[in-house]
Design a protein around this ligand. Structure first.
Ligand code: KIV
Ligand code: NA
Length: 277
């Protein structure tokens, strides 16, 4: 089937067809997401936490994002690939944002970029959309602001904050975003925003009424961390399977059970020369 585009996603919202988005960070994870029929692959800056071992997304650089985006793009076919703009980039002025977003698309090969934030980044969003760069918004819990928010916690629980998020969703829509991630907000607010904006909403910890859902690859597969947020549904315990397999390998080496005859190369000529046939 043909490549997913911003138009595909818009049509899916109109028809009420849920959008399945998943993060991926390298060639193999992109290939597996593609094989599973994922519509949008997000090269999230969550890569800082799940593949680079940082304790937040703040240290992730544009070089990191570009490097991983290139690998993901090589593994994606039908899925649209969207890459996160790193910490602070959207606040550095129009030229800096365009340069960074341009690099993720031109060198990285992404079909769009995602930017965290509301009112403060509307001008940056507009600069990108005016330049032909598809922008995905991200409101609610914005992990790049974790140090300001004081932890990874639900946003928009009080009416005032909820109204602000709704207002910012409309501002981003007006600035030309093609989709909007809503992270860790009450289901009631996500439902309201989904009805209020024409672009698809994609939820993570945002309840059942968004136009799509997104989860982090390593969370879905339970591949790394012991921390499991309540909004994550785990579909496999791959991390455990990996450790079991690797442990058996280590034991086989120690017990000289590996390699076996089937894993070995022979040369009759070498055997003859060394041992006289
Ligand atoms: O970086 C990421 O994985 C994200 C999603 C959780 C939306 O931004
Ligand atoms: Na992110």
């Amino acid at each position: 089937s043909s490549k997913v585009t911003t138009r595909t996603l818009s049509r899916m919202k109109q028809k009420g067809e849920p959008i399945a988005m998943l993060t991926a960070y390298d060639y193999p994870s992109a290939k597996l997401a593609e094989a599973a029929g994922v519509d949008v692959i997000l090269v999230g800056d969550s890569l800082g936490m799940v593949v680079l071992g940082y304790d937040s997304t703040v240290p992730v650089t544009l070089d990191d994002m570009t490097h991983h985006t290139k690998a993901v793009v090589r593994g994606a076919e039908r899925a649209m690939v969207v890459a996160d703009l790193p910490f602070l980039t959207a606040h550095l002025g129009k030229e800096e944002v365009l340069r960074a977003a341009g690099r993720l698309m031109q060198e990285g090969g992404a079909q769009g970029v995602k930017m965290e934030g509301g009112e403060a980044i509307v001008d940056a969003v507009r600069a990108c959309t005016a330049a032909g760069i598809p922008v995905m918004g991200h409101l609610g819990l914005t992990p790049q602001s974790v140090h300001q928010l004081g932890g990874y916690r639900i946003q928009g629980k009080d009416a005032e904050m909820a109204r602000r998020i709704l207002r910012e969703a409309r501002m981003l829509e007006e600035a030309g975003i093609f989709a909007l991630v809503l992270e860790c907000v009450p289901e009631e607010l996500a439902r309201e925003i989904t009805g209020a904006v024409s672009v698809p909403t994609i939820g993570i910890g945002a309840g059942r009424h968004c136009d799509g859902q997104v989860l982090v690859y390593h969370d879905v597969l339970q591949m790394a961390s012991d921390i499991r947020p309540s909004f994550v549904k785990t579909y496999a315990e791959v991390g455990k399977q990996i450790v079991d397999a690797l442990r058996r390998y280590v034991e086989d080496v120690r017990e000289r059970r590996f390699p076996e005859e089937e894993h070995v190369f022979h040369s009759p000529e070498v055997q003859a020369a060394l041992y006289g046939g």
